[in-house]
Write a protein that binds this ligand. Structure first.
Ligand SMILES: Cc1ncc(COP(=O)(O)O)c(C=O)c1O
Length: 408
C-alpha cells in the first residue's frame, strides 16, 4: 500500500502546539509553523486502529506491559540496528526529556557540572539548569559545512569540570550529525577513563539518510553498555509525541536502580494506556509506513536543498545526515537577531526555531522542520525567498541571487 504524505491534514483547532499556540507564544496569528519537532502526517494506520480498538473497550484503568510489548520494541532495534536489548534493562518513562531530568537527579548533585554539546536540543540545558546543576558545554565545531567534535576540548571539560554525566544527542539535533562509529568509540573510551555516565538520546535514530548509519551506543562495546542509558521512543518515528511513551534501556543494574529511584521520587508509575498500545502496534506493524515516510522526508530534503541552491544561495543548508530538522546558516545575510526575526516572522510569516535557543553557538542559524507535505514546505520556502527579495529591493541591495544569476 502507498501512503499519501502529500495529503494536507488540517491540524488547526486540535490544540496542537505547532498550529494552535502562535498567539500564546508571542507570534502573529496565522504564521506558517515549521518549528516544533513533530510531523504533519497521520501516523501509521496500524497505530490508529490499535488506539481505536483500545478506545472502544471503554475502560482505561491502570495498565502495564508484558512480553509482547518488550518483544515489539526489542525486535525493532534488533531488526534495524542489530542490537537486542534485554527485557530487564527496560524502564519506561513518559517521554525522553522526563528521563533526561531523572538521570540528572540520579547521577549528579546540586552544583555539579553536566556535559552537553551545543548547539543542542534546548531541553538538555533546561533539565540541567532547572535541577540546579551547571551546564558544561563542549561546543561542536563547524568545519567545511559539517559539525565535528573537538575531542581535546571534550576531554579537557570532562577532566577539568569533574564531569559525572554526559547528555549525548545521537543523532544530533539540530546539527543533523549521525555520529560515526569511531566518534562514538572515542567518546566511549573517554567516558570510561573518567567514569562518566552517558545518557544517549537516540530518539532520532530511525531517520538517517542514505550513506550514513546509526549505531546504538551500547551496541558497540559491552563496556559502553555498562556506563550508558539508551533513550528510545517511537514518538519521532511514528509521530506519537502526544502519547508520551519512551523506552529507556539501562543494562547496568546499579545505574538502573538509581534511575528507577529518581523516577519513583517523582511519583510516576504506570504509563498511559493509549501510548503503550500505540507503541507496540507501531513497532509490530508500522514497518512499511516507516520506510515510506523516511523516503518522503528524503524527498523533502532534496527539494529543500535544490530550492535553497537555486533561489536562496545566501542561506546555507548544513547537510543533515539524519533527522527531519534542518539547520540553516543565515550568517551570510549579516543580520542582527532582531532583523532576522523580523524577516522570518513578520515579513515571511514563518515560525521557525531561532538558532540562539540551542545555545549561543546557534546564533545566526535557524532550525526548520521539513516533516510536512511538500506543498507546505514549498510555500514556506517561497515565503522566505519573497520576503528576502522584497527586503533587499526595499533596501536597494542587490541580492546575491541576482548576482549569481547574472554570472551564469
Ligand atoms: C533530541 C530530542 N530528545 C527528546 C525529544 C523529546 O522527547 P520527549 O517528547 O519524549 O520528551 C526531542 C524532541 O524534539 C528531541 O529532538
Amino acid at each position: 500500500m502507498r501512503y499519501n504524505f502529500d495529503k494536507i491534514v488540517d491540524r488547526k483547532g486540535t490544540d496542537c502546539l505547532k498550529y494552535d499556540f502562535a498567539v500564546e507564544r508571542g507570534k502573529p496569528e496565522g504564521v506558517l509553523p515549521l518549528w516544533v519537532a513533530d510531523m504533519d502526517f497521520q501516523t501509521a494506520p496500524a497505530v490508529i486502529e490499535q488506539i481505536e480498538k483500545t478506545a472502544a473497550h471503554g475502560i482505561f484503568g491502570y495498565t502495564d506491559t508484558k512480553d509482547d510489548y518488550y518483544r515489539a520494541v526489542a525486535g525493532w532495534y534488533e531488526k534495524h540496528f542489530g542490537w537486542r536489548p534485554e527485557k530487564e534493562w527496560l524502564v519506561k518513562t513518559p517521554g525522553i526529556v522526563f528521563a533526561l531530568a531523572a538521570a540528572v537527579r540520579a547521577y549528579t548533585k546540586e552544583g555539579d557540572g553536566v556535559l552537553l554539546q551545543q548547539p543542542v536540543y534546548y531541553p538538555f540545558s533546561e533539565v540541567i539548569r532547572d535541577n540546579d546543576r551547571r551546564i558544561v558545554n563542549s561546543p561542536l565545531k563547524l568545519k567545511g559545512g559539517r559539525y565535528e567534535i573537538d575531542f581535546d576540548d571534550l576531554e579537557e571539560k570532562i577532566a577539568g569540570e569533574h564531569i559525572k554525566l554526559f547528555l549525548m544527542c545521537s543523532p544530533h539535533n539540530p546539527t543533523g550529525r549521525v555520529w560515526e562509529e569511531w566518534e562514538l568509540r572515542k567518546i566511549g573510551e573517554l567516558c570510561l577513563k573518567y567514569h562518566v555516565t552517558v545518557v544517549s538520546d537516540e530518539i532520532h535514530c530511525d531517520f538517517v539518510y542514505p550513506g550514513h548509519e546509526h549505531h546504538v551506543f551500547a551496541s558497540l562495546d559491552e563496556r559502553y553498555a555498562g556506563i550508558s542509558l539508551i533513550c528510545t521512543s517511537p514518538s519521532k518515528t511514528f509521530n506519537t509525541a502526544g502519547l508520551q511513551v519512551s523506552n529507556i534501556w539501562i543494562p547496568n543494574p546499579d545505574l538502573r536502580e538509581a534511575f528507577e529511584r529518581a523516577v519513583r521520587q517523582t511519583g510516576y508509575s504506570q504509563l498511559n494506556v493509549m501510548g503503550l498500545a500505540a507503541c507496540r502496534a507501531a513497532y509490530e506493524e508500522g514497518g512499511e509506513w516507516y520506510l515510506q515516510v523516511k523516503d518522503y522526508l528524503k524527498g523533502n530534503l532534496d527539494f529543500t536543498r535544490a530550492f535553497l541552491t537555486r533561489e536562496l544561495p545566501e542561506i546555507h543548508l548544513i547537510e543533515p545526515e539524519g533527522t527531519y530538522l534542518l539547520w540553516l546558516d543565515f550568517r551570510d545575510l549579516n543580520m542582527t537577531e532582531e532583523e532576522r526575526e523580523d524577516l522570518i516572522l513578520n515579513r515571511a510569516g514563518l515560525w521557525l526555531d531561532s538558532g540562539a535557543i540551542f545555545g549561543e553557538d546557534g546564533e545566526g542559524f535557524e532550525r526548520i522542520n521539513i516533516a510536512c507535505s511538500r506543498k507546505v514546505l514549498e510555500e514556506a520556502l517561497v515565503r522566505l525567498r519573497d520576503a528576502l527579495g522584497s527586503l533587499e529591493s526595499g533596501r536597494g541591495v542587490k541580492s546575491k541571487r541576482t548576482r549569481a544569476e547574472k554570472e551564469k
